[in-house]
Design a protein around this ligand. Structure first.
Ligand code: IYR
Length: 219
C-alpha cells in the first residue's frame, strides 16, 4: 500500500530560544504535583474534553490509539467506585502490601481511605484497549502499555496546563472499574485519575526529585 503523506514542518528557533524554551518548560512542569485533597468546585466539562484530546494526540503503536477515557461525574457512580476501591485498598494496607512497600509509602502518607474519589468533580478512568473488535473479528493493537502510558503523561501535562490538579490512582486490583462502567471485554482498566481544583490550603509531601546526575548517563 502506498503511504499517503502530507507536508509537515516545525517552528525554527535559535539555539538561544531553544535553551530558554526548554528551561522555562522544565521550570513550569517541575511545579506539577500529585494532589490528594480536592475541592468539590465544579469544572467546565469542555476543559476536560480538551485535555482528553491532547492526551489522544500522543504517539501510539501503529497509530491505533488503544485507549478509552471514561469521564465520571455522576455522584452515584463515583460513590460505587469509592466503595469498591476502598474495599481493595483496605486489603492492600492490611496484609497484601509488603512491609517494605508500606515503609516506602509512609513518606507519601497514603492509607486505604479514598475520599477524593467522591469529592473530585471528575474521575477520568483510562482503559487500555488490548485489541479491537470489528465486525466480529479481532484486530491487534501494539505496544498498548507504552502507548497508554504516553497518553496518560500527555493528559497529566494538559490538565496541569489548564490549571487542574490530578492524582494518578491505581487501586489494585482494579477490575471493578470495568464492571461498574460496563466496559467491553477488550478494555482493561489502566489508571484512575481524579481531577479538579486542589482543596483550599492543600499540602503535598515534601519530596525531592532526582538530579540530572542521577538520571542521565552520557556516552
Ligand atoms: N494503591 C495504593 C497504594 C499506593 C501505591 C503506590 I506505588 C503509590 O505511589 C501510592 C499508593 C493507594 O492508592 O493508596
Amino acid at each position: 500500500m502506498d503511504t499517503k503523506t502530507i507536508p509537515y514542518s516545525m517552528p525554527i528557533y535559535s539555539s538561544e530560544e531553544m535553551k530558554e524554551r526548554s528551561k522555562s518548560f522544565y521550570q513550569w512542569i517541575d511545579k506539577r504535583r500529585t494532589v490528594r485533597d480536592f475541592s468539590d468546585k465544579a469544572v467546565d466539562p469542555e476543559i476536560i474534553d480538551n485535555c482528553i484530546l491532547s492526551a489522544s494526540s500522543a504517539p501510539s503503536g501503529a497509530n491505533k490509539q488503544p485507549w478509552t477515557f471514561c469521564v465520571v461525574s455522576d455522584p452515584e457512580i463515583k460513590k460505587r467506585i469509592r466503595v469498591e476501591a476502598e474495599k481493595e485498598e483496605y486489603e492492600n494496607y492490611h496484609g497484601r502490601m509488603s512491609k517494605e512497600w508500606l515503609d516506602d509509602l509512609a513518606a507519601i502518607g497514603t492509607d486505604w481511605h479514598k475520599p477524593f474519589l467522591e469529592i473530585a468533580p471528575y474521575l477520568i478512568v483510562v482503559f487500555k484497549r488490548v485489541y479491537e473488535m470489528q465486525e466480529g473479528e479481532i484486530h491487534n493493537n501494539y505496544y498498548v502499555q507504552e502507548s497508554v502510558g504516553l497518553a496518560c503523561g500527555f493528559l497529566l501535562t494538559a490538565l496541569f496546563n489548564a490549571g487542574l490538579a490530578a492524582l494518578t490512582h491505581t487501586p489494585s486490583p482494579m477490575n471493578f472499574l470495568a464492571k461498574i462502567l460496563s466496559r467491553p471485554s477488550n478494555e482493561r482498566p489502566f489508571l484512575l485519575i481524579p481531577v479538579g481544583y486542589p482543596a483550599e490550603n492543600t499540602h503535598v509531601p515534601d519530596l525531592n526529585r532526582k538530579g540530572l546526575e542521577d538520571i542521565r548517563v552520557k556516552y
